[in-house]
Design a protein around this ligand. Sequence first.
Ligand code: ATP
Ligand code: MG
Length: 435
Amino acid sequence: MRLTKYFLPVTKETPSDAQIVSHKLMLRAGLVRQTAAGIYAWLPLGLRVLRKIEEVVREEQNRAGAVELLMPTLQSADLWRQSGRYDAYGPEMLRIKDRHDREMLYGPTNEEMITSLFRDGVKSYRDLPRTLYHIQWKFRDEVRPRFGVMRGREFLMKDAYSFDIDEAGARQSYYTQLLAYLRTFQRMGIKAVPMKAASGPIGGDLSHEFIVLAPTGESEVFYDSRFEDLDWKATSDDAEALFNQVSSLYAATDETHDETLWKDVPDDRKRQGRGIEVGHIFYFGTKYSASMGMTVQTADGRQVHPEMGSYGVGVSRLVGAIIEASHDENGIIWPESIAPFKVGLINMRADDASCAKAADEIYARLEGAGIETLYDDRDERGGAKFATMDVIGLPWQLIVGPKGLEKGVVELKNRTTGERRELPVDQALVELCAA
Ligand code: ATP
Ligand code: MG
């Protein structure tokens, strides 16, 4: 993509309405703009990141055997009356009337809708277990939207729902999602620790929040440093073993923190700090299947209410959370797997015909090799171009200037380490292809 044809409204000034670094950087780097309190437009660069995160989530859900569908944002109040939640939900729910005076709402979550869809499509134990998910916008009329996309009113969530014939099956579905979550976050280059969360109406140990460590996080967290060393990619597909491993290590938010158990963690492994909730998984038994009258027939002919769980990932919140965890004083540092482009190509002298020609050729070769490249072909000072590239945080910068070209070299900068090296064009391209 040529910057002269793109829409990237980067600003130098730090916006005054932003309190935390990720929000400031998202505005400065031209990723989002607020259009109403807690509601954001995703500008082209921000949208690319959002889509990449979404894709990692989708791939790991599919790999875990979950099946994608898409439910609408608008729902009917009658559906929520079936579970009794329409009156119980409170002011976070945005309630709307259509032209026929029918009560509608902008979905804050989808338990009711998925339960009704599944109820109407499934009759027998043979249709279970199933985990269904979608990635869709939600609306919660938060009292205090803040921190940009981290606590928005409209936000993108992946929500999955599992249906099992009995509790033992539901536990397996839960373990499978736990493993999928750990892999999902690791692929995004962040450490998200699964922490015991307050469990719902039926108690038990099946509720975890996934917390990314960051000083600006809203929750206080306590965890065993062993979580930092675990490699989920290398973990086998034995999700139950993983759950047991996770359960054997201490990790809790302020809501569930237990001083007695904390005392047993060796002092040199105690870690305390703040964190951002990027996901929440939860087993809630037959709460919706019973209240909404969903039954399936078991192998021995009984009618039972399926056991359910729900599994949320804050897709849009992750954009902010990842920046909180990965930036420096010059801007964002995107982990490669979710970077909007892999390479930022800088032509230092757009007014110099031979330099522009060389940069154009390199751009064509990068594109030809399938490397996502943002090409700064604007007629601007070099300093401004460097500042733009640093703030938007692409993993690699390839700098083409007349002095280097005389010697037949370009400069390759690694945004993460800051390392800069001069090397021949061919070699730079080979390295970028391999990186
Ligand atoms: P929180 O405690 O942060 O308000 P929650 O417990 O209400 O979140 P869940 O219902 O568990 O959230 O939703 C699943 C995920 O959706 C959360 O883990 C979070 O990442 C994301 N999320 C929830 N509310 C928001 C919001 N207002 N803006 C952005 N993301 C959100
Ligand atoms: Mg939660």
